[in-house]
Design a protein around this ligand. Sequence first.
Ligand SMILES: [Zn+2]
Length: 470
Amino acid sequence: MKKKILITTAIDYVNDVIHIGHAYQKILADCIARYQRLRRGENNVFFVTGTDEHGQKVFNVAKEKGIDVKQFVDEISKKDQEQQDSLNISYDRFIRTTDEDHKRIATEFFKKVYDAGYIYKGTYKGLYCEGCEEYKTEKELVDGRCTLHPNGEIQIVEEENYFFKFSEFRAFLKDLFDKNSDFVLPKQRFNDMYSLVDKVEDIPVTRRKEKLPWGIECPIDSNHVLWVWFDALVNYLTFGLQKNCWDSDTQIVHFLGKDNARMHALLWPSMLKAAGYEIPSNVYVNAFLSLNGKKISKSLGNVVSPKELVEKYGVDPVRYYFLRYGPIVEDSDFSEEHFKSVYNGDLANGLGNTVSRLFKLSDRAKMSFTVNKTYNDILRQELTQTLDLFRVDNALEIIWKRLSNLDKHINENEPWSIKDESKLKGVLGYEVGELLEVSILLSPFIPDISQNILDMFSKKVSAYPLFPRI
Ligand SMILES: [Zn+2]
């Protein structure tokens, strides 16, 4: 195991405020960051999230609204950050691609790749999707339209551009995948990405300023700005260099959605190789979340914000729901109905009920407890195997299994009917000990509730309902 770990999420594009579809991945990455702090120590974990703020789409939206572009991105970025804060996301930095240090690092990065001989001037002629801010091939389109932006028009463009010699990295990528079977996770995404290695082609990495006036200026030609991926992807490195952890002692882990897998699994390592930087250790690709069976989309009027949910149900129930039932491998669907049944079943009648039963019993027996095992030992025994593979869903299943075994033990031993004091203390001591260990295991997932349970039993703070009726 490497000493340090750097954890990143996708940075969100600021044409609009994030919704629960974006928030899922932040909760996932946050849970892993909290787990890793227990595993490797606070000072060895670095966690970054933020906003991606340049590009044509955001420029157009600001124009339509008649607002200054910088003012517009400031507003959206602030709202995105509030959404993340409502979910208790414990990032070390909320990076913005308009931050001065990022602009400097992105510029230097481009220059390094250019100086190493991997950038050349050419002419691009082809198809372009404004929604993706990507050039497209005929093959990628369905009925002449982008699959991710079926309502947008595909443009035909011909323009002078600087190109990245992506095709020269096929052998490097093949070797990277061959030697690191967990470079892309989960496994099916690894296979998808591996099958594309031989097909990578040189790509344009700048756009002319008259087409795109809102971007980081290209350091070798002031008529150009950096194309989105040579700007946005570099945010991870900006943070890594700031924290002094972009090195071989650090496990570098990127969380992202499946629409961004290609850029992170193929392009980004090639860019880093070209510029002479350390290659990331893992790219974890999550699937998509839908809402009430439909794609989450503002234009379809089908959006729920994380903050709304948190205000209604509390932060930890929302975190729990997504960590256990979110799109970790396969697409998943959110509905408030499903959420409520999970809240009542797993939380109020599950964990909450066990806590209140044992609290009442130990209060009556006048027993108090201390947590004497270290977090580290408990986590190592139970959860390292699943959480080192980022499977927060499986980890919660393991914990809930332990919780149901505990319930079974309580029902079978009926501590409320035990008259003998020393016997009662033995049974309750075991049962509360189990509950406290479960609470410790839960700390990366539902940190506030976990702490509340530990406080209830060790500091004898008075009991209160952890999961109020909804
Ligand atoms: Zn598109």
